[in-house]
Structures are given as structure tokens and as C-alpha cells.
Design a protein. Structure first.
Lengths: 450, 367
């Protein structure tokens, strides 16, 4: 119980967020009759200004407005006046706007669309969290320091001049006594200036420390393994994300040749337990995706070291293991170039061994597919769905329509994920689909240009 | 005596800052979010620019011998000019320097959610010095004049009234309506009222100086209540608890004209007393009189009779939660009224002394 409390305290004291190193929000959804691709470029500091880019897939959209508001609570029902999104002159289906995010936590952006087919609305959940504090660059620091010195020295001189000369009648020169007094004034004014600067420094440091506490920190997972069983500490107040409290991705690193997608179950004590599959010895990195009841998504990071091969029972249900065998069934429709920061659609097709489109694709945990994006140095991890990078429970809280399918539903043989790689480098993209009751995992290496 | 041109720029600079400052607060109560380029911010910076440019010109011209002020100027780093010009230029420089500092602060720690941050403190200090410079620029020719100069007298009273508005706005968070049955409001007023009323009242030769200064404050604040709601505006930040279609003014002014009138009545009678004895009288008088008038008036402000264009008690900022005391027209509870009022009296005595001290010093300023 004590450990559970510690973990919960940590969760709320140290803001973390969904995904790792991938802060912008990518979402594809419908506003009434209109299909929209939405990108929200999150600010690095909160309060800050996010930039939203919206592309209408159809040409008959005439105007859009956007407004940020809280995701849950009374604030979610009391929006301010929305801002008109600016329509690009070069691309009439592309709209942009700025979003003022004044508080930390879960928010939503309400997009209202007007067009030839009437009006439509779409809510896109976002998480406003401070990512960093900016240091001051050297030229600005030198400039401000110089100006501060100038202000400090000049006010001392002005004080001295006031004492020496301000009370004199016209044309009278200051007496020796006035000059002595002015020297005394220099001492007193200098002491006051130094005192004010010292107090200012203390104040600044206190403000910086206070802000630092709000900046996102890594959420380190305390993972315990006993033979074939994995235990995670208690995490309370979670919303199930397509039927599971936690989505656990276990990746062998640095080879990236094993991926287990697991769903630990809550035990009576509140902790989470997960049976492990057979795994070869090695070092594994564990990413745990959760969503709290206010829609706040977080990703915990842990490590698992196997000194010897682990032999366990096969996985069951929604749990899956990829053993490194390249998939012949899933093909990546590679764009000509993948560029950092650019919203692109990662599209995949599913084929039979004869190369013909597959006819047996079915939902995997109510989705047409799941994707996990990992940068080779593990600085980026993102869990995507065909709707984008937003966790399902947040979409539900925002009452945003999104695709979810019942088991047995027949799906087309292609799936795509809207996403923008946060920075240049080498990534591995894992894609998971389900065919005839079997979970199929494919891995693709991509190189992202700056 | 010909009225020097720089007293007008001094008045203009403080006026711009005053209107910009008021507008900025109203903007945050109404619209919520802003950028550097809102009209309110431009007005504030314009005030700094007027003070800085006029002061710098005066200093350079005097240093080069192009004014008649060489005999009545002070010397700083080889430059010559009126003391007020140096102080105003310093204030303007601090205001301008605060801008890149504030900009960096937003990049590093986010946009402001609070009024008081280190860069804003630099800006506030700059404004304080611009106002001080303006007062000195009017005061020096007034103190040098061989005979009475009614225009300069009145300009001084107006600028002093503007400074009182700035001072009272600075303690705004303590004097909102639902706080007016708590000692906190009177303690806050004790820091500002006696200091400014006795300082400027003592500098001016006008028989009713303090009353006029307080009257300017009250007239300005009341006029803004009548003016601001005439302009359309709507909230751009949520949650919007109060639907708003126009600018929201600040609340009805405090009745500081009453203690100011008492000061003016007492001043000639106490003139020969030592400073500390006068301070010991003025302190309790200020707290006693403001308490006697403001406390019952606060009851009126809470009533339905004050919720009209004249008193403006019905204007609520967009973020005012319907459950808060202000929204419910209720007073916040007070746990230690007597203790707080004792502190208010002590503070009022101390600021009375400081005000009298500054008045004596400023009466000597001739350059």
C-alpha cells in the first residue's frame, strides 16, 4: 500500500506524458461530414501558445474556428469566443491558428467547420505539459547583464547628484558638506541597489525552482519479475484503453528483434501482474501506456534484464509476441521521403502469400491496427492508432467520434496512421494487425530526414 | 513665468502609463489573453518612450548649452540636466529593458499567469521612476518660482492624483468588494494612502491639496466605470463563468477623499509639530476615517442598488466563478479584525512619517 501511495504521489508530483519524446498531437477525424487531418504543435512551456494545422480532405470547407478548453470538469462546458482559423492562400484546404494554453493538464481543442455540406464539430484532446525550461543564451545574458549594471550604476550616480545639487539655488555650486553628503549617498544607494539585486536573484531562483517542478520528468517504472510473471506497482484511477488498463510494450534492445505487446491485469492488492512469454536472454526496455480518469495519458519506462533464456507458456487473448521473423503479409507504402516534424500518413497494406489483398483482416482490440514508433536510441516512443496519437479514453471523454470495431468485423486490407516524427534519425515502426484470429506483427526501419 | 514645455511631456508620459495600465487590467479581466502589441501595452510603452525621449533631449540640450537650464541642473557622468529628467530617463530605460527580459521569461517559464514576476517588477520600478521624474520636473520650477504659479500647482496635483491611482491600483487585489469587511483592505490602504496624500499634499501649496489629489483618483476611477463598458469585447480564454460582451472596468474607487479631507483640515493646525508627532496623529486619523466611511459604503456596494452603470457592482470578470464571494455579493469572513486594524494603524503611522519626510525633501528640490 505504501509503495502504491509513493507511486501515485510521484505520478502527480512529476508531470510526465503520453509517448516519449513525441509531444505533438496528430489526429484524423470527422467534423460532421468533413474529414480533417489535425496537427497540434504543442508549446514547450506552459502557459504557452500551441499552433494548430488542419487540413480538410474535401475542398468544400469554407471556414473553421478553433477554441481550447478543459477536457473535463465545469470548464469543458464554458468555452471562450473561438478564433477563426486562417486559410492558406496557396492551399485552400489548409487552415492554421494559434491556441493559448494557460493551464497544465488535459485540454481539448474544439474545431467547428462550415462548408457546402453544413456545419460540423470535432474535439481533439491534448495534454498541456511543460517540456523544459529555457536557459539564457550568452549574447542575451551579456546584454541584460550590461544593462543591469548600467541601470545600477546610473541610479547610484543620480542619487548622489540629487543629494549634492538638487536643493541648490540657481547658479550656486555645491558646498564641501554637500559633496561629503553625496559620497555618503553613494554608499547608501549602492547598498540598497545590491540589496535589491540580491533579493531579485533569490526571487528569480525561487520562481525557476517552482517552474522546474512542473516540467515533465521521466516516469521510471519499478518492474519486478518472478520467473514467468511480471509485476508492476499499483496505479490507481486509470481509464481502460480499449479494454485494458495498461498497454505494455516490451522491446529487446538494441537489436529491436523482439516485441511483446502485453496487457497486465490488476490484482486484489492494486498492483498489476502479467505473464511473460518465452524470451531469449538480453536487455529489454518496457514502455507502459496508461490513461488517468481525467484523460491524462502517461508512458512509464522500465528495464528488464534476462540473464538466461526464459521458457514460459504461450501468450493468450490480446497479448502478442513478435519473434523477429520478417512479415511477408504487411507491406509499408513508403512515402518518397519521411521528414521530421511533418505530418504524414504511415500507410500499410495486408496481402496474402500470393500478393493479393487480404480478405481476412479483423479488428485487433477494436482497432484496424496498432503501431509503435521507436527511435533507435529509445529517445522516442509513440503508440499510434488509425485515428492518430491520441489515447482512446481521452477521445471518449471529449465525445469525439472515432473508429472502433466489434470482434469479427471484416476490415479492408490496409491501415494508416497519421504521425509526424519529432526529429531526424533512424526509427523502427512496428505495426500490428489481426487476421483470422492471429495477431500479425511487422517491423519496418525508416530513416527520417531533417 | 513661462510654463516649461517639459512639464507637458511629463504629464503626457504618466497619463499614457495610467490609461495603458488601467486598460491592460481591464483587458485581462475581459479578454484574458494578450500579446506585446495590445493597445494597452503600447500605451504603457508610449508613456516610457515620451518620458525617455523628452528627458534625453533635455539632458543633451542642457549639456550642450542649448537651454537656459544650466544653472538649475544637476551633473551625472558629465551630463547636465534637471534631476527629474535623469530620473525619468532612468525609468524609461528600465521599462524598455524589461521588454526583452519579459520576452525571455515567457520563453523560459511560460506566459504570465501572475502579475508579479521579476521582469514585471523591473517594469513597475521603471514606471515608478517615470512618475517620480514627472513630479520632479513639475516641482523644480514650482519651487524656484518667485511667486505663485497656479498652472504648475494644478499640474502637480493632477500628476499626484495619477500617482495615487497607480498606487491604489497596485493594491487592487486587497481592496476588492468582498474584502472590504476585512482588516486586510484597510492595512493595504494604510501603506498607500498616507504616504502619497501627505507627500504630495505637503509639497503643494494648495489649501485642499490632499482632497484634490484624492478627488482626481476617485473621479478617474468612476469615469472609467462609466466609459469602459461602452466598448465591445469578449473573452478569449476559458472557462468563461461570466458571459461578457464589453470591457469590464475595475471596481468603484475607495473613499479616500474622506481621510484626505481630514488631512487637509488638520495640516495647518499641526504644521508646527515635530514630524513624528504629526505621523502619530495622521496614522490613526487615516485608518479611522476610511474605516468609518468605507465599511458602510461596502454594504451599499454589495446591495442591489449598486448594480447599475453608476456604481458598476454588477460588472464581473469572465473568470469569476459563480460560487466565489464576489459573485454572490458576500463579504469574506474575517478572523482577527482588531489585530489587523492595529497593524493598519501602525503601518499608517509609518507611511505618514515617510510621506512627511519625502514632502520636506521634495519641497527643497529646485533643480
Amino acid at each position: 500500500m505504501k509503495r502504491a501511495l509513493v507511486v501515485i504521489a510521484l505520478l502527480f508530483a512529476l508531470p510526465a506524458r503520453a509517448h516519449v519524446g513525441s509531444y505533438d498531437v496528430f489526429f484524423s477525424g470527422k467534423a460532421g461530414a468533413y474529414n480533417l487531418d489535425v496537427t497540434v504543435r504543442m508549446p514547450q512551456v506552459i502557459p504557452g501558445v500551441a499552433e494548430i494545422e488542419i487540413r480538410a480532405r474535401e475542398p468544400d470547407v469554407t471556414a473553421m474556428t478553433v477554441v481550447p478548453l478543459r477536457l473535463v470538469g465545469p470548464g469543458s462546458q464554458l468555452p471562450p469566443t473561438p478564433d477563426r482559423a486562417e486559410r492558406s492562400a496557396a492551399d485552400r484546404q489548409f487552415f492554421t491558428a494559434s491556441l493559448w494554453l494557460m493551464e497544465h493538464g488535459t485540454m481539448q481543442v474544439r474545431i467547428a467547420v462550415d462548408g457546402a455540406r453544413g456545419q460540423g464539430e470535432l474535439a481533439v484532446p491534448i495534454t498541456a505539459v511543460a517540456q523544459r525550461t529555457l536557459g539564457m543564451n550568452r549574447p542575451l545574458a551579456i546584454l541584460l547583464l550590461g544593462l543591469m549594471l548600467l541601470l545600477s550604476l546610473s541610479i547610484i550616480s543620480i542619487a548622489a547628484a540629487a543629494v549634492r545639487e538638487a536643493g541648490l539655488d540657481p547658479g550656486v555650486e555645491p558646498s564641501a558638506r554637500a559633496r561629503r553628503n553625496s559620497r555618503l549617498a553613494i554608499g547608501i544607494a549602492a547598498a540598497i541597489v545590491v540589496g535589491i539585486l540580491a533579493l531579485g536573484q533569490l526571487w528569480w531562483a525561487a520562481e525557476a525552482r517552482q517552474y522546474e517542478r512542473m516540467v515533465m520528468k521521466d516516469w521510471k517504472l519499478d518492474i519486478r519479475r518472478t520467473e514467468c510473471s511480471l509485476e508492476l506497482p499499483a496505479i490507481n484511477r486509470l481509464l481502460p484503453d480499449h479494454g485494458h488498463d495498461i498497454h505494455l510494450f516490451v522491446v529487446r534492445t538494441p537489436s529491436f528483434d523482439r516485441l511483446a505487446h502485453l496487457h497486465p491485469k490488476r490484482t486484489a492488492s492494486g498492483s498489476y501482474a502479467q505473464p511473460l512469454p518465452s524470451l531469449p536472454a538480453g536487455r529489454y526496455t518496457v514502455f507502459a501506456d496508461v490513461v488517468f480518469e481525467n484523460g491524462f495519458p502517461m508512458t512509464g519506462i522500465g528495464e528488464l534484464e534476462l540473464t538466461a533464456d526464459l521458457v514460459c507458456a504461450p501468450l493468450a487473448g490480446d497479448d502478442s509476441l513478435w519473434d523477429g521473423t520478417p512479415s511477408q503479409a504487411v507491406r509499408f507504402e513508403r512515402p518518397a521521403q519521411l521528414r521530421a516534424g511533418v505530418a504524414q500518413s504511415l500507410s500499410f497494406s495486408v496481402v496474402n502469400p500470393d500478393g493479393m489483398p487480404a480478405t481476412d483482416v479483423e479488428p485487433y482490440m477494436a482497432m484496424a491496427g496498432h503501431a509503435a514508433v521507436l527511435r533507435r536510441d529509445l529517445s522516442v516512443f509513440a503508440h499510434l492508432h488509425p485515428n492518430g496519437s491520441i489515447a482512446m479514453p481521452a477521445l471518449m471523454l471529449a465525445k469525439t467520434p472515432h473508429e472502433m470495431y466489434r470482434d469479427g468485423h471484416s476490415l479492408p486490407p490496409h491501415v494508416s496512421f497519421p504521425y509526424g516524427f519529432p526529429n531526424a534519425g533512424d526509427y523502427r515502426v512496428f505495426v500490428q494487425i489481426k487476421r483470422s484470429g492471429r495477431i500479425e506483427t511487422a517491423a519496418f526501419d525508416v530513416s527520417v530526414a531533417p | 513665468m513661462k510654463t516649461p514645455w517639459y512639464v507637458w511631456t511629463a504629464l503626457a508620459s504618466v497619463s499614457c502609463i495610467l490609461i495603458g495600465g488601467y486598460w491592460d487590467i481591464s483587458w485581462h479581466m475581459t479578454v484574458g489573453r494578450d500579446s506585446f502589441w495590445t493597445p494597452a501595452h503600447i500605451a504603457i510603452q508610449l508613456g516610457g518612450i515620451i518620458a525617455g525621449t523628452a528627458g534625453a533631449y533635455l539632458i543633451i540640450a542642457t549639456t550642450l548649452g542649448r537651454t537656459q537650464l544650466a544653472d538649475v541642473s544637476v551633473r551625472v557622468w558629465g551630463f547636465r540636466g534637471p534631476l527629474g529628467a535623469f530620473v525619468a530617463v532612468w525609468g524609461a530605460a528600465a521599462m524598455v529593458i524589461s521588454a526583452p527580459f519579459d520576452n525571455w521569461w515567457h520563453d523560459a517559464y511560460g506566459l504570465d499567469v501572475k502579475i508579479l514576476s521579476p521582469p514585471h517588477a523591473v517594469l513597475t520600478l521603471g514606471i515608478l521612476m517615470v512618475a517620480t521624474g514627472a513630479v520632479l520636473q513639475i516641482l523644480a520650477p514650482l519651487n524656484r518660482a518667485a511667486r505663485r504659479t497656479p498652472l504648475l500647482e494644478w499640474l502637480l496635483l493632477i500628476v499626484a492624483g495619477q500617482v495615487l491611482v497607480l498606487g491604489m491600483v497596485a493594491i487592487l487585489e486587497h481592496t476588492f468588494r468582498s474584502n472590504l469587511h476585512r482588516a486586510d483592505a484597510y492595512r493595504a490602504m494604510a501603506f498607500v494612502g498616507p504616504l502619497l496624500l501627505l507627500q504630495f499634499g505637503g509639497v503643494s501649496h494648495h489649501r485642499w491639496a490632499a482632497t484634490i489629489i484624492a478627488g482626481f483618483y476617485m473621479t478617474f476611477m468612476a469615469a472609467m466605470i462609466w466609459l469602459f463598458p461602452q466598448f465591445a469585447a469578449e473573452p478569449k480564454l476559458g472557462p468563461v463563468y461570466q458571459p461578457i460582451t464589453h470591457f469590464i472596468p475595475l471596481q468603484f474607487p475607495m473613499l479616500v477623499i474622506a481621510p484626505a479631507f481630514a488631512f487637509d483640515l488638520l495640516r495647518p493646525k499641526l504644521a508646527a509639530w515635530p514630524r513624528w508627532r504629526r505621523a502619530v496623529v495622521y496614522g490613526p486619523v487615516f485608518v479611522g476615517v476610511i474605516l468609518a466611511v468605507q465599511w458602510p459604503f461596502a454594504d451599499f456596494l454589495m446591495s442591489e442598488h449598486a448594480r447599475n452603470w453608476l456604481f458598476g457592482a454588477h460588472y464581473q470578470p469572465y473568470m469569476m466563478h459563480p460560487e466565489w464571494y464576489e459573485s454572490r455579493y458576500e463579504f469574506m469572513p474575517e478572523l482577527d479584525l482588531a489585530g489587523g486594524l492595529v497593524q493598519a494603524v501602525i503601518a499608517a503611522c509609518a507611511t505618514s512619517y515617510l510621506g512627511l519626510l519625502l514632502a520636506d525633501a521634495m519641497r527643497k528640490a529646485k533643480r
